[in-house]
Design a protein around this ligand. Structure first.
Ligand code: G4P
Length: 529
């Protein structure tokens, strides 16, 4: 197959949702349709069960599974589909944000009864800011839930989306009869026992036909006719270009658990979802069909086996072909590196591959060369943008609890930070180290991993910090900035890249500081223009 065809047939996306909406179930059903797995239960949920905060076994289990489910690839009707896993747990939100830099589109799963939930809001906001094309799947129609129109309103208002229903439910919960597919103009009847097999669809070219009454009963048929009329009156018609620009979001209804409405979603996805998209680097826009290979690291995963402390760096291929045993430039450190065993991912396994294409993810064994955000090229000096650090929510001093192991401790901290587990800040005043995280869970993960992988012990000490703000003076030479550096010295730190950060101890002090030093900008993310 030609290079161009290989790019055209790839779809790389992520499924985002609040925990429990049905992301794992949907992923599994998609793989089932692709013939990549034979039975349900093969895809393991990587979510952290409630109350498992102190359960280290659970953390280890979670880490193991998250390697297995990081990328799931399968073929469907000649299309190569790559699903990138996005943890729903809020403590791992930053991991999800980074993964979203490597997807070309997303599917948003919403629970019909719960509607739009907190994590959905945050993740969709990130996708909206980046104009990532989104398809919405409303799940669990076999249960009682919100009225379809109310839910569509809620999605528009809370998520700031512009929706177009592509399918519409006939009844709901106990009374759920099936789905009318506006996209294909057919009816899919729900038998309540479709978990194992794939439903037949019935063509209905005309909603007015009596066949519909026979299929779903007169009352339901009439309700559906009215509802579809309303849908057609209220919502715009689907437009692929507008969807691809991230300005219009098609919506499907179904029940992932019952394998219902999933085929319709997948068929439409394959047809409309974007192929690998061009990516902006600091230097220029890079197109997938360029001959020369470029890619970037969006995730790093440590080996589970403490005796082999190598890691797997996940690289998204942006352009060109990535070939095994070929030297590529690691742009940040200027070194050429060759990879003898790059891994490609399939449904449940990974395999060494000779060649991968734009849209694909390769897993590279790494002994400590990579950081999240690193770029690989054939020689060109390119830096991909868009993997910023956000201000953490929690801050603690990290102390060495075993003075004989300080070397191990610092090496461990260094590597864990490169993996993106948390952020490290070093205070300007006394060099003390502060760890910032999105969730409290990460402190336990760090402590546990330092001990088990690096043989080092640490303890924490609380620190009252409200936000980390990256400092951006209009003029680094003016007196105002000099005064700021002097007066606020106690609150200043460097991040791991050496950028200056102001650790504001309260919203009030941040506000006062902003007022007092108007020529300095304070950013909540590490990347700004
Ligand atoms: P997540 O990855 O988004 O966190 O959700 P997951 O797929 O694990 O689904 C969460 C729960 O919702 C699971 O039940 C799952 O079986 C159920 N579920 C998913 N899709 C549907 C659906 O279409 N209808 C109904 N009624 N339930 C659905 P659980 O009891 O938490 O887990 P399990 O023990 O069944 O695995």
């Amino acid at each position: 197959m030609s290079f161009k065809k290989e790019i055209e047939r790839r779809r790389t996306f992520g499924i985002i949702s609040h925990p429990d909406a049905g992301k794992t179930t949907l992923t599994e059903k998609l793989l089932l349709f692709g013939g990549a797995i034979q039975e349900a239960g093969a895809v393991k949920s990587n979510k952290i069960k409630k109350g498992a905060t102190s359960d280290f076994m659970e953390i280890e289990r979670q880490r193991g599974i998250s390697v297995a489910t990081s990328v799931l690839a399968f073929e469907y009707n000649g299309t190569k589909i790559n699903i990138l896993d996005t943890p729903g747990h809020k403590d791992f939100a930053e991991d999800t944000f980074r993964t979203l830099t490597a997807v070309d589109s997303v599917i948003v799963v919403i629970d019909v009864a719960k509607g739009v939930e907190e994590q959905t809001e945050k993740l969709v906001e990130v996708c909206r800011m980046r104009n990532i094309p989104m398809i919405v799947f409303i799940n669990k129609l076999d249960r009682e839930g919100k009225d379809a129109f109310d839910l569509l309103d809620e999605i528009e208002q809370k998520l700031g989306l512009k929706v177009v229903p592509m399918s519409f439910p006939i009844g709901m919960g106990y009374d759920f009869k099936g789905i009318y597919n506006l996209w294909e103009k057919n009816v899919n009847l729900f038998s309540g026992d479709s978990r194992k097999h794939i439903e037949e669809t019935i063509e209905i070219s005309d909603l007015a036909s009596e066949e519909l009454d026979e299929l779903v009963g007169e009352t339901s048929a009439n309700t559906l006719r009215e509802e579809i009329e309303l849908v057609e009156g209220i919502y715009p018609s689907f437009n692929k270009d507008t969807y691809l620009k991230g300005e219009l979001q098609p919506v499907f209804f179904g029940s992932a658990l019952n394998n219902f409405g999933v085929r319709e979603l997948l068929d439409c996805f394959v047809e409309i979802a974007p192929r690998p998209r061009p990516k902006q680097s600091e230097e220029r826009l890079v197109k997938p069909d360029e001959n020369k290979f470029t890619g970037f690291v969006f995730k790093i995963h440590a080996n589970m086996d403490p005796n082999h402390r190598d890691r797997l760096a996940f690289v998204k291929i942006v352009s060109g072909e990535f070939k095994r045993n070929t030297p590529y430039l690691h742009v940040r450190n200027g070194k050429k590196l060759k990879f003898s065993s790059p891994n490609a991912f399939f449904a449940e396994k990974k395999e060494i591959v000779d060649i991968s294409y734009p849209g694909d993810i390769v897993g590279l064994h790494d002994t400590g060369n990579f950081k999240i955000g690193d770029t690989l090229t054939e020689g060109e000096d390119i830096h991909y943008k868009g993997i910023p650090s956000f201000s953490p929510e929690h801050f603690r001093y990290i102390n060495n609890a075993d003075p004989l192991k300080s070397k191990q401790l610092y090496k461990g901290i260094d590597q864990l930070m490169d993996e993106g587990v948390a952020q490290l800040f070093t205070l300007e005043l006394n060099g003390r180290k502060v760890i910032g995280t999105v969730g409290a869970l990460q402190y336990e993960v760090i402590q546990y991993r330092l001990e088990h992988e690096y043989g080092a012990k640490c303890s924490y000490e609380n620190l009252a910090v409200h936000k980390a703000c990256w400092v951006d003076p209009d003029d680094p030479k003016n007196d105002e900035y000099k005064e700021f550096l002097r007066v606020k010295q106690r609150y200043l730190a460097k991040d791991k890249q050496g950028q200056l950060v102001f650790l504001a101890d309260s919203p009030f002090s941040l506000q006062m500081t902003q007022q007092k030093y108007p020529s300095i900008k304070f950013h909540f993310t590490s990347e700004f223009d």
